[in-house]
Design a binder for this molecule. Sequence first.
Ligand code: CA
Length: 366
Amino acid sequence: MKNTLITGLLIACSALFLAACNQAQQQEASSTQAIDTSKTYHWKMVTTWPPGFPVLQQGAERFANNIKDMSNRRLDIKVYAGGELIPPLQTFDAVSQGTVEMGHGSAYYWAGKVPEAQFFSTVPFGMTARGMNAWLYDGGGLELWRETYKPFHVIPFPLGNTGVQMGGWFNKEINSLEDIKGLKMRIPGIGGKVFAKAGGNPVLLAGSELYTALERNTIDATEWIGPYHDQRLGLYRAAEHYYYPGWHEPGSVLELTVNQRAWDSLPADLQAIISNAAMAENVRMLSEMEQKNMFALQELMARPDVQLHRFPDEVLAKLKALTGETLAEEAAANPKFKHVYDAFEAFRAKNKAWSDISENAYLAIE
Ligand code: CA
């Protein structure tokens, strides 16, 4: 009797289980069938870059073209450079509010609104592109980034990296910390705060104003990006001392932002196309930067009026110590900043230890 009951229960359970399986299979089949491949999506993407800006704006446009090809034109994204549709620094708000579906820029531009966002682009003495990709894709960084942007209804993706930037163009040599005192330099973000702590005088200027300001001695120094973009801006004609490394921007991550509601409206295959096209363009932009900077550096070094210098160890050590102080102060005053800083710093320390015995050790061999 007891056995019959158990057998009966087992049969009933199996039947329920099979029914559940069938239902799940049907749902899965219907969700695949639910993709209406005749439906097309026309999206707008705004960027923070000037029209035609090499590598960055061009990369954003290549990304949109790749998506058009991969989706057989079902997702057609029209890309607008900064100022063509909205001012460059309103990109995040435009995506957040759904004025446009997508944006391309860099997370540190939104530091006024979301201070902890800076860790998802770059901070002084932070990680290089390799470390940032490892943290974002595989070390929990991207989840943290998405959590940070969630209240703004924005989904971020890494989409490009400048690589290690240059320290900048100076109209005099920097031989000690004394040489930084009172120096007027265009250097934005946390780097600017650190520079001020070291006695410098950071100023904010748009890229388009740099050449004239340096040439007319309105400023004594400026950083920009790397040799390729610096050369195009003609900065070597305004100051002769070119310093490295870019301690303030060791690997600036560029970001794709997508409006949450627009993302949710897409079928799964188009979402997968965006995710994978973003990853592909992330690699592509970094590779292009690397290749162009290599050649531009050679051309700049061939000029008799350009002198390349490494910042003195004493200066770099001081800037590093002041960066630690600056980040700790911000973290003490802002729990959200601390939350991201702690995760970033834990990963950075391990990445440094590994890099020291892998890439750094290998590259140090003469
Ligand atoms: Ca820069």
